[in-house]
Design a protein around this ligand. Structure first.
Ligand code: PLP
Length: 479
């Protein structure tokens, strides 16, 4: 494709994306396609001869769009949002348009340097303690991972290495795999499945500790588990604290857990994948009380901070812990400025990495921190509005305090068993899902089934929340 043809095609594409956003409310949020639909629409083999851009372009709508779940649709109240903004898209265009693989400082100095400064900017914007800010000298600092799952895995692997080194310094005759076999990591039963997965991948046992009906892990529960394991000769070495659990947006007792981690020499990782974005607003920083005790902290700007996937921001108190856990140094990756620079390849699992900090740079500059605060506050207002609507309808109950953009509700059936009430709510969920006007997902806690509605997505508004509530009440009325 020649430059002029690219210019025309790119203009088509930009127009298409703009139109998509203008008309996304007309699309059905959740698709009706059946598994395997795509194979019937595509040839069995790739074309031998090049096809024209127009042929490819016309197939986007015909082949792809029917099978999309429209995360940017105003009817999307599912999971947690996936951000989108034009500044972030512009940065992605530049990232793809001028590609580089910035695994080391030398492989593309701007890629590393912008990321270091942007992680400082973002860290300051969310009020992180000074120990996480690089400031040009470290040892604390930030790195952009692809996902929160990777951040948890990187933290757990670093904690594992640190623990092995510590144990070997106490008794060099121990075997590494015996040490790993005695290690225990902790998290709550409400934490994201990625924590359990990090344990499976790193061969460290993860104990999922119980929570009460408020969905939060208490410091005392952790302490008891740690003491019990120490007594049994095991090695407590990692805790993943969740600030904003996936199912109910509750907040673990970071302050209490952090104290135990300090006294017991345990790595305290904070997974604030969704809720971390709200820290741009000073009034929500109370959810992270005790953050100065954390060893590492992570949140996903790509969830709620107007940055497109993938951008998962991770900070560590001491980056040497990451570097020491998986350092390999073949000659072809070395460069003569290593001692004075960051090589992010040591801070992550893959070698290759995209120039993702461009997205943060563009969004932070073109939206501004005040603009981001307005965006978060808008999502919270929408959730509070929905909470109010639900509380005015005595058939329903709101299950957890609505602090950020998640509202968890269920239909009540006084006098009936938990099973019957769960069954009623499952039927309500099925009806809402089949209706297709809105897309939400259910969750459970301690055996209670409920429906979770997440506001704050790109095109959400009070009007859309009213429409969402209308669908829910209409479906409830039909039960
Ligand atoms: N942690 C929490 C609390 C989450 O809510 C999620 C996803 O919603 C994740 C981790 C996983 O995020 P990622 O897809 O970035 O790995």
């Amino acid at each position: 494709i020649e430059p002029e043809a690219f210019r025309l095609a790119a203009a088509n594409m930009v127009d298409y994306v703009i139109k998509y956003y203008c008309d996304v409310d007309k699309r059905q949020t959740f698709s009706d396609v059946k598994p395997g639909f795509m194979r019937a629409l595509l040839p069995e083999s790739p074309p031998d001869r090049p096809e024209s851009w127009q042929e490819v372009f016309s197939d986007i709508e015909r082949i792809v769009m029917d099978g999309m779940t429209h995360w940017q649709s105003p009817g999307f109240f599912s999971y947690y949002p996936s951000s989108a903004s034009y500044p972030s898209m512009l940065a992605d265009m530049l990232c793809s348009g001028v590609p580089c693989i910035g695994f080391s400082w030398a492989s593309s100095p701007s890629c590393t340097e912008l990321e270091t400064v942007m992680m400082d900017w973002l860290g300051k914007a969310i009020g992180l303690p000074e120990c996480f800010i690089h400031g040009g000298h470290g040892p604390g600092g930030g790195v952009i991972q692809g996902t929160a799952s990777e951040a948890t895995l990187v933290a757990l692997i670093a904690a594992r290495s640190k623990t092995i080194r510590r144990e070997l310094s106490r008794d060099p005759n121990q075997r590494t795999h015996d040490i790993v076999g005695r290690m225990v990591a902790y998290t709550s039963q409400c934490s994201h499945s990625s924590v359990e997965r990090a344990g499976l991948l790193s061969l460290v046992e993860v104990r999922r500790l119980p929570v009460k009906d408020d969905g939060a892990l208490e410091g005392g529960v952790l302490k008891e588990a740690v003491l019990e394991d120490r007594k049994a000769g095991r090695i407590p070495m990692f805790v993943c604290v969740t600030i904003g659990t996936t199912s109910c947006c509750t907040f673990d007792d970071l302050e209490g857990i952090g104290k135990t981690c300090e006294t017991e020499d345990i790595w305290c990782h904070v997974d604030a994948a969704y809720a971390g974005a709200a820290l741009v607003c000073p009034e929500f920083r109370f959810i992270c009380k005790g953050i100065e005790r954390a060893t590492s902290f992570n949140f996903n700007p790509h969830k709620w901070l107007m940055v497109q996937f993938d951008c998962s921001a991770m900070w560590v108190r001491d980056s040497t812990d990451l570097i020491n856990s998986a350092e390999v140094n073949p000659l072809y990756l070395r460069h003569n400025t290593e001692s004075a620079t960051i090589d992010y390849r040591h801070w992550q699992i893959p070698l290759g990495r995209r120039f993702r900090s461009l997205k943060l740079w563009f969004v932070l500059r073109m939206v501004g921190v005040e603009g981001l605060r307005s965006h978060i506050r808008r999502g919270v207002r929408e959730a509070k509005h929905l909470e109010e609507l639900v509380r005015c309808d005595e058939r329903f109950e709101v299950l957890f305090p609505v602090i950020l953009g998640l509202v968890c509700i269920k239909l009540k059936r006084p006098g009936s068993s938990l099973e019957d009430e769960n069954d009623l709510n499952e039927r309500l969920y099925d009806k809402i899902h089949e209706d297709r006007r809105i897309f939400i997902v259910p969750a459970t806690l301690n055996g209670v089934y409920f429906i979770r509605i997440c506001t704050g997505s790109t095109h959400c508004s009070i009007e859309q929340v009213n429409k969402c509530w209308q669908v829910i009440t209409e479906m409830a009325g039909e039960l």
